[in-house]
Design a protein around this ligand. Structure first.
Ligand SMILES: [Zn+2]
Length: 683
């Protein structure tokens, strides 16, 4: 398809462009050493043009629709576009620059239009529909039947049944929404970069470790600032709150983080998010649903907004009971130190950390020397996977990376066969989106003959030159979490690319990741990776025991901040189609007070104006998924505990029945089949 002619109105991609042909590197890994910023836009344009030609050929085929000439052909289409967008998504999210941001802005509405040109193509839909109506007599294997059903549902969900006038309106809404989401992410990133807490008086940073103060000096220097600078985290709560003794400094850092995208300057996202919410409500109405959430949830495990909302309300009582008690304990601690102020959000971590130390004799600074990043990764995260699945990891220095700190590992199966590549990009950079995530550079598919290439990104503070990267317990848990998503991608063994790996419902996708966190503090795993970075000594058993005992400490706070964000997400996405533009503060207050969760000392994990999961990512009306998946996770932990824990047999059953299966079965059924019986021993 590289020889499309201009007469078709399509573009030919210069053969010197690294995206012009599939990568010749192992696993078709992207040739990042040859890819330049200038290669992306022409490749995206040519990729869209190529897929349009392919889709038109399928839609206008004069032969009657068959599974092969329609569905298989669609699965095989768009390979160039896939190649370039996976690489582009990776670098523009994890290592961006103004050129890449401009490309992102330029292509966002065009990609939305491209998707609509496929999803709203009537001739194509008629063929899929014809196949769907004869599905009982097509003799399809279960995975192929699932593919057909997924396509058919996808077409209906995207608006294929609409009349032409409504399709035109829908396309306009989609393009505008896509442009706005991209602009939102650009502003959130810029705001995080610009919101630096700075000081020229080092005593303001009292409480921070020497390494943290050295890193703060380096950050200030890198920005040509005098003194010291602290970066902000993408969440409302900030890592430094647990240690900063100066209450005014904590408050200033909090205000900076809280108002980063809501202070009237060029990075204010208020107008963008209010319009996105309105567009989504209008789109839902066009598609025949009362709200965006109703539209979004129909193919998720929860199915309806009522189910999701009542699930969340069911958690409020539990969260409130816990957090109110925790707040009383912290207030008592404040009083015991002769202070009279009321507990505020910027005080929470500071006093919670003291209480944790007193109650469990556990000090975050005493833990960190045992959590050196490479040890956590290779002797913890990888080790657990080796024990469960019999796989092995080998670092590959010959695979090009997009940033010098990215590491690449090859996974090999128990029988020696090659499985996949895994990229690991650990450090915080101000040209990287906040938080942590997993995605793929090459999707797995037997049809296309591709093995998975998966990456994890996180935002662990980069240590000062020559220092080891020491993780907090939260960082460690996050590494296990993201690797749980990675395993879902790395083990994928399906026929069709669109059903592979993590292409599952949002409220299922967090199950493998949250469950994988379980191994972080599992005794045999913790003992294997928690070694002192300087002395190599194992973490003392008593300290490891304290970590496990303290695991549920502060649980009310964590539950409340996530639950608050979930409720706010649902409030935005259950707006009526004719609702006026909302004021974010009013909407948030309403969502929380309605649920009985408006507490002065606990703010939502994300304020709406920097809530990238829902306004820039795929979690709109889906943030509840984290808590939903917890119920799946709790049962999974109980299953592992009842069946001997970290064993090959248990890992094998989880791998073959869930992690390898992508979206090839009904997910609730897949889960129940897996958990219904113990594992059979692996020979
Ligand atoms: Zn996750």
């Amino acid at each position: 398809m590289a020889t499309l002619t201009a007469s078709l109105g399509t573009l030919v991609l210069d053969s010197s462009n690294p995206f012009a042909a599939p990568s010749a590197l192992p696993y078709q890994a992207p040739p990042f050493d040859r890819i330049e910023d200038a290669h992306y836009l022409p490749a995206i344009e040519a990729g869209m043009a190529e897929q349009r030609v392919e889709i038109d050929a399928i839609a206008n085929n004069s032969a009657p629709a068959t599974f092969e000439n329609t569905l298989i052909a669609m699965e095989e289409s768009g390979r160039l576009l896939h190649r370039v967008l996976t690489a582009f998504g990776c670098v523009s999210g994890a290592n961006t620059n103004p050129t890449l941001q401009d490309i992102k802005t330029e292509v966002a509405p065009r990609l939305a239009a491209h998707s609509d040109a496929i999803n709203l193509n009537d001739a194509l839909f008629q063929r899929v529909s014809a196949l769907y109506n004869q599905r009982a007599s097509l003799n399809l294997d279960p995975e192929s039947l699932r593919l057909l059903e997924t396509y058919y549902d996808g077409f209906i969900h995207a608006g294929s049944n609409l009349n032409e006038a409504d399709k035109t309106s829908l396309k306009q809404l989609n393009e505008e929404a896509s442009t706005l989401s991209t602009a939102f992410l650009t502003k959130v990133l810029a705001a995080a970069k610009e919101s630096l807490f700075t000081t020229t008086d080092v005593s303001t940073l009292a409480g921070l470790s020497e390494a943290q103060i050295a890193a703060a000096a380096e950050l200030a220097k890198s920005r040509n600032l005098e003194g010291w600078a602290l970066p902000i985290q993408n969440t409302t709560q900030q890592d430094f709150f647990d240690a900063l003794t100066n209450r005014d400094a904590r408050k200033a850092l909090f205000d900076l983080a809280w108002s980063r995208t809501q202070n009237g300057n060029e990075n204010d996202t208020t107008a963008i998010i209010t319009r996105i919410a309105q567009l989504r409500a209008e789109r839902a109405k066009l598609l025949g649903f009362p709200t965006y959430a109703a539209w979004k949830l129909h193919d998720q495990m929860a199915k309806t907004q009522e189910t999701a909302l009542s699930f969340l309300s069911g958690l409020v009582t539990k969260a409130t009971a816990l957090i109110v008690q925790e707040a009383e304990d912290l207030q008592a601690l404040i009083a015991s130190q002769g202070e009279t102020f009321e507990l505020q959000p910027w005080d929470w971590s500071f006093y919670a950390e003291q209480l944790r130390r007193a109650r469990y004799d556990l000090d975050e600074e005493a833990i960190k020397p045992y959590f050196e990043l490479n040890s956590v990764l290779e002797k913890g995260v990888f080790y657990a996977a080796e024990q469960l699945f019999g796989i092995s990891f080998t670092e590959r220095h010959d695979i090009p990376v997009y940033h010098p700190t990215v590491r690449v590992f090859e996974l090999t199966d128990a029988d020696g066969s090659p499985l996949s590549l895994f990229y690991f990009d650990p450090f915080k950079r101000d040209n990287k989106n906040g938080g942590a995530w997993m995605s793929s550079l090459v999707g797995q598919s037997k049809l296309l003959g591709t093995l998975p290439v998966i990456y994890n990104v996180s935002n662990i503070p980069q240590p000062a030159e020559g220092q080891p990267a020491l993780c907090t317990l939260d960082h460690v848990i996050t590494l296990f979490h993201e690797f749980g998503h990675a395993l879902h991608g790395l083990f994928s063994t399906v026929q069709y690319p669109s059903l592979a790996g993590t292409a599952v419902a949002r409220d299922f996708v967090e199950f493998p990741s949250q469950f994988n966190e379980y191994w972080a503090t599992y005794p045999a795993v913790l003992a294997h990776y928690a070694k002192h970075h300087a002395t190599g000594e194992s973490m003392p058993a008593a300290l490891a025991e304290k970590i496990r005992k303290a695991k549920d400490f502060n649980r009310g706070y964590h539950l409340t901040e996530v639950l608050s964000s979930s409720l706010i997400d649902m409030q935005w996405h259950t707006l009526a189609p004719d609702a006026p533009l909302q004021d974010p503060d009013t909407l948030e207050a309403e969502a929380l007070s309605k649920a009985g969760l408006k507490l002065p000392y606990a703010r939502p994990r994300y304020r709406s104006t920097y809530f990238a999961h829902i306004f820039g990512g795929g979690y709109a009306a889906g943030y509840y998924a984290y808590q939903w998946a917890e119920t799946l996770e709790d049962r999974a932990i109980a299953w592992f505990e009842a069946n001997g824990g970290l064993t090959r047999a248990n890992g094998e059953r989880l791998r073959t029945m869930v992690l390898a299966r992508g979206n090839t079965e009904d997910l609730a059924q897949m889960y129940e089949n897996w958990i219904s019986e113990p594992a059979t021993p692996v020979s």
